[in-house]
Design a protein around this ligand. Structure first.
Ligand code: ATP
Length: 357
């Protein structure tokens, strides 16, 4: 397979607003045709970074290279980049077709070309039956598709989307996540999406960047970040994690009461240092049959049934918070547990991640 081509290189970009550093020396590459997510808690700088890519903010420092050319100071309308606002910003008095063709009319393209491009994008976004309606006659999901069609019809190299699903209810969000991904694949345009919703990033992104306090913590595929988070913050932010505090030993962490949790110790952690061992709830087994070092006994405090699986809160001596354990409904049927039961937990050393505290 050939190396993916870099479309956009963000090179040591910072942005200060007075004394606030919103973006702090971020470098990352976004590839041609990829669905890329910028993810992080509120105030981490993701919107500011997106606005710099769009041209609405100028970096205080660093370069933004599109196809190798620095566009950091190019005005928004001179970039082959389009930003889709969360509010959609549709023209209320204009039909769907007029909203979508507006940008091409501004470019003064021949009317036959406008018509064919608009027809094509209305078909891709499944808006043909709504072409003559006004925005107020559309559902939230349909409005969002109009905003997308309007951005895509201009064939930008890069489409930026700021919390594009934020205005939709939970069920529609789920459907639109897959829809957006399908559309991106179909039109072959690079999408950069800003979200604070980690599940949304995991579902949609080919690769994602996790930001905190203006800094880039990790940039990789959702799978790599989920399996190998760079630090404790990322481990906690992406998915759900159990943390057990302890001291680093040669082959793991020694937790409360001298319980040994085996796992790979990062080279940066010296023996005796404070650390946390962590494991995902779905990697913990109830009543393990094998003899592993990684075992704990606890008491079930609460159970929640989620259809496909069962989530247990298990109080153990290892941590102040109860362990979260996810077991499949099948496994729970084979050996039912209820609140107050004593249970054995076990996990593999390969599923333990160890971080500085
Ligand atoms: P959210 O998810 O809440 O939108 P975010 O991750 O998108 O947050 P930004 O909007 O990029 O974060 O803001 C990053 C930091 O920069 C915040 O501390 C914010 O208060 C600050 N900031 C953003 N824009 C400005 C501005 N125009 N003037 C001053 N400070 C700003």
């Amino acid at each position: 397979m050939s190396e993916p081509r870099t479309l956009l290189a963000i090179d040591h970009v910072s942005k200060n607003f007075g004394r606030v550093t919103a973006v702090d020396g971020i470098s990352l590459d976004i590839r041609e045709n990829e669905f890329f997510a910028l993810l992080g808690p509120s105030g981490c700088g993701k919107t500011t970074l997106l606005r710099m890519l769009a041209g609405f903010e100028t970096p205080s420092d660093g370069r933004i290279l599109l196809d190798g050319k620095d566009i950091a100071r190019t005005p928004p309308n001179k970039r082959p980049v389009n930003l889709m606002f969360q509010s959609y910003a549709l023209f209320p008095h204009m039909s769907v077709r007029a909203n979508v063709s507006y940008g091409l009319e501004m470019e003064r393209l021949p009317s036959a070309e406008i018509r064919s491009r608009v027809d094509a994008i209305l078909a891709t976004t499944e808006l043909v039956p709504f072409a003559d309606r006004k925005p107020e006659q559309l559902s939230g999901g349909q409005k969002q598709r109009v905003a997308l069609a309007r951005a895509l019809v201009k064939r930008p190299r890069l489409l930026l989307l700021d919390e594009p699903l934020g205005a939709l209810d939970k069920k529609l969000r789920g459907a639109m996540q897959l829809e957006l991904k399908r559309l991106q694949h179909e039109v072959g345009i690079t999408f950069v999406i800003v979200t604070h919703d980690q599940e949304e990033s995991l579902v949609m992104a080919d690769r994602m960047a996790v930001l905190k306090d203006g800094k880039l913590l990790q940039c990789d595929t959702p799978h790599a970040i989920y399996e190998h988070p760079a630090d404790r913050f990322v481990a906690d932010f992406i998915g759900v994690m159990n943390f057990v505090p302890g001291k680093v030993s040669a082959d793991g962490v020694i937790a409360a009461n001298g319980v040994r949790i085996a796992g790979k110790v990062p080279a940066t952690l010296a023996p005796g240092a404070s650390a946390v061992a962590s494991m995902r709830p779905e990697r913990i087994r109830l009543f393990p049959s094998d003899e592993t070092a990684n075992r704990a006994t606890g008491t079930v405090e609460a159970l929640a049934y989620h259809g496909l699986d069962l989530q247990l809160h298990v109080r153990t001596p290892l941590s102040a918070k109860p362990f979260l354990v996810r077991v499949t409904a099948d496994a729970a049927d084979r050996r039912p547990v209820s609140s107050g039961d004593q249970v054995e937990l076990g996990w593999d050393a390969a599923d333990v991640r160890i971080f500085a505290e």
